[in-house]
Every structure is written in structure tokens, then in C-alpha cells.
Design a protein around this ligand. Sequence first.
Ligand SMILES: Nc1ncnc2c1ncn2[C@@H]1O[C@H](COP(=O)(O)OP(=O)(O)OP(=O)(O)O)[C@@H](O)[C@H]1O
Ligand SMILES: [Mg+2]
Length: 435
Amino acid sequence: MNLHLKPLLPKTLFARAVLIVALPTVLVQLVAVYAFYNRHWENVTRRMANTLTGEIVFLAQHTRTVNRADRQALMRVFEETTGINASFEPGATLSPEASDRGTGFDEFRQVLQERIDLPFTVQRLPDRENMIVRVQMKDGVLAFRMSVKRLESPTTTIFISWMAGSSLVFLLIAIVFLRNQVRPIRRLAAAAENFGKGRDDPDFKPSGASEVRRAARAFLVMRERIQRQLRSRTEMLAGISHDLRTPLTRMKLQLAMLGDMPEAAEMAADVAQMEHMIDEYLDFAAGDGGEAAAPVSLNALLQGVADDYQRSGQPVTLHVGEDGVIEIRPNAMRRVLHNLIDNALRYGKRCTVSARLISTQAEIAVDDEGPGIPEGQREEVFRPFTRLDASRNLNAGGVGLGLTIARDIARGHGGNITLSESPAGGLRVLIRLPL
Ligand SMILES: Nc1ncnc2c1ncn2[C@@H]1O[C@H](COP(=O)(O)OP(=O)(O)OP(=O)(O)O)[C@@H](O)[C@H]1O
Ligand SMILES: [Mg+2]
């Protein structure tokens, strides 16, 4: 039962709340109309039919007993007192098809049938507002013409329209109130979404019903704690890197003074590697820490990065499609691209960058024509300081942080980085970012 109803239920909280308010209102009205008004209406209809029948039978009986001249006078008086226009068609006979059974008046027909012993027809006129009752007399047809209001109570429609109208007004008021109740929940959802995408939302404040406020306050505390942790991590990294630089500089000086000894050359290489690592830490700490997100044209960002490489003659090709504006920390994102393109060039020679927009996200692919990474190791390489044997043998000087940093930044934007096989033969790195 539940399973069948689910697809029919509206998705949003607001629509559901409106449904919860509207459904009982409509049901109550249906029950009221059916149980109470239906019976009341039947009563009224029967009484109206009785009254009209009485008037018609009265005239029909009396015209039988008076002569032609008095008949005219009688009909005039009848019209004045009852408002029913009566006329006599001498010598006419009733055509049975004139009585259109489909138009209702069943109650009235039945009552008339019981009280008059003459053939008759009942007909609604084409204007829908008047009706004609014809009674077959001995020497002609007696026709009564009157408004259908004599049989149909207008209070039905008035009653129903008042009920529907007033509940519509109440429903509108309820919708306004419900909207106000749902708004704080929407704001909280938006704030959480923004935070997940690494965007600032400093204006967010708890509001609304107490449960919603509680959730919002809990979110703010959580956001503050995560931000504090991020800050202290960045500050610590920056501190360590900075402190390490001083002894390293000293070591470099000492090595330089040692002269051309082979051991000194090896140590100098180690020191250079350490410096490179520290640079990476520092870059990371500075690049991600505190940079504000800004709307950036995706294609312009990619073009800028590609230009950097092309100017120095590196084989980087760019294919862009439709442009889109993404909200990102531009320097951090540039760093991601540099890390991935550096890898592609280092391990795979040529590099192709392509981008496209798919519904709610931007997808950037960095392809190369190198050996790629075996499927089993595609998660492993994201771990800090992980370098695969092949690249270690290359002695290309990497420290194994590039992919870690790149994925960290992408996830900080609410996106992700995944590895797969490139159609060009090597590795494909896919960056996905929410729009
Ligand atoms: N395009 C690629 N083709 C093949 N292997 C790759 C590619 N990109 C990365 N790898 C493998 O993944 C490992 C981790 O890459 P990562 O960028 O994290 O570190 P790195 O390039 O070794 O050092 P750095 O910190 O200087 O970037 C690399 O050492 C290499 O073995
Ligand atoms: Mg790298």
C-alpha cells in the first residue's frame, strides 16, 4: 500500500504540508454535502414539487367546470396569484415526444402522476431557465409556463459555493503560513549545501520553529568546528614548513662550502627534494587557506592554465565546449589543474584537457598517452606520499602529494576527482565540480 502511494505523494515538504491541510478540508466538505445537504435538498425538492403540482391540479380541475369565457378570466387570475402563465390550446393533442425525460424533474413528474388523472408532458425550454407543463384536457391542451426555479432550489449552488469559497480562502491563508514554516528549513538546506561545496554563507542565522532552530544551531556549531580544524591544520602545515626552511637553508650553505665532494652532491639532491616538498606544503597551506570562492568562467580558467604551459612549449591541448560560470576558489583550482597536467606530462608525455557541462556539474578531463595506472592502484595513488614503482624508477622528483592535494581541493568544492582509462591510451583524470 505504502509502496503504491509513494510515487503519487508530492516530493517537497511544502506540498506535503498543503496536502495534509487540504485533504481533510475537502473530505469534511464532501461528507457534509452528502450527509446533510443531500437529505435537506431532497426534502426541499419534494415540497416544491408538491406545491407546483397543487397549483396545476387546481387549474386543471377548475377549467373543466367553467365555460370558455370564464376560463380566460380564471387563467388570468391564476397567473396573477401564482406567477404561472397558463394558456389553452383548443383542439390540440399532446405529442408524447415533447416530454424530454432526460432533463430531470423526476420528483415532480412522479408527484404530478399521482395527483392528476390526465396525460401530461413536462419539458424544459431551450433557454434552460423556463419549463412548460402540458396537460391533455378533453377539448384541448392546457399549457403552464414557468421558471424552473419553481422546482430547483438555488440554495444548493449558493451553499456549495460558499463552502468552497470560504475553504479556498482558508487554504490560501494556510499556504501563506506553511510557506513561512518551510522557508527556514529551505535556508538550512541551502546553507548546508553551500558549506559542502566550500562556499561561504555568513548571513545564515537560525530561524523558524524550535526544532528547525535546533537543527540550524547544531549545523552552525558543526560548521564552526570543521572550519576551526581546517584552519589549525593549515596553520600547522604553514608553521612546520616555515620552520623547516631555516635549517634547510643553513644545510644548503654548508653543502656549498663543502665543495665538489660526491657525497655533497647526493646530499644536495636530497636537500633539493626536501625543499620541493616544503614548497608543496607551503603552497597547499597558502593556496587553500582563506581563499574566497568567486564566480569564474570555466573556459577562461582552463584557457589561462593551458596558456601557461603552451608558452613554455609544453604539449598541452585544450578542448572546451559550452562555457559555464562556476563558483570556485580560483587559485586552488588552478593548482589542481597544474598538479594533474604536471603528472600527465611527467608520466605520459602529451596532455589533453577537455571540459563540458552536464546538467548540474562541470566535468574536466585530463588525458595523457602514458602507461596509465592499473585499476587496483587507482585509489592508492590518492594517499599522501604514495608513488608507484614505475615513477620512482623514473626518479622524476615527485613527492607523492600532487593527487592528494588535488582531490582534497576538489572535495572542498563539493566535487571529486576520479581516475579511469583514457581513450588516448593513458590515464584519464576526471574532475567533477557542482555548478
Ligand atoms: N598521469 C599519470 N600516469 C601514470 N601514473 C601517474 C599519473 N599521475 C600520477 N601517477 C602515479 O601516481 C603517483 C602519485 O601522483 P602524485 O601527483 O600524487 O605524486 P607525484 O606526481 O609522484 O608527486 P608530486 O607531489 O610532485 O605531484 C605518481 O607517483 C605516479 O606513480
Ligand atoms: Mg604529481
